[in-house]
Design a binder for this molecule. Structure first.
Ligand SMILES: [Zn+2]
Length: 83
């Protein structure tokens, strides 16, 4: 019962320091690079509850947020939008 997937993200849950953390492993659909992004259960719940990702997960880098939102890593995102 402990694996959570949401928004098509796959991830694994683990506990650290009494907190439940989830490692999200989104894969860039452009270059197929997998990233590991660690979030807390609370952050994921807030995001799924409709909180904007920059408010729900303020500790992530813009590139990490990008791949979660659009499925495109920062490198590919920059490539696409610098054309
Ligand atoms: Zn990419």
């Amino acid at each position: 019962m402990d694996d959570e997937t949401s928004e098509g993200w796959t991830g694994s849950c683990f506990k650290k320091g009494g907190k439940k953390l989830i490692t999200l492993t989104p894969i860039c659909m452009q270059c197929n690079t997998q990233q590991n992004i660690e979030v807390t259960e609370e952050q994921l719940r807030n995001y799924n509850g409709g909180t904007h990702i920059q408010d729900a997960m303020p500790n992530l880098t813009p590139g990490q947020r990008e791949i979660l939102i659009s499925g495109t890593c920062e490198k590919c995102f920059n490539k696409i939008f610098s054309l």
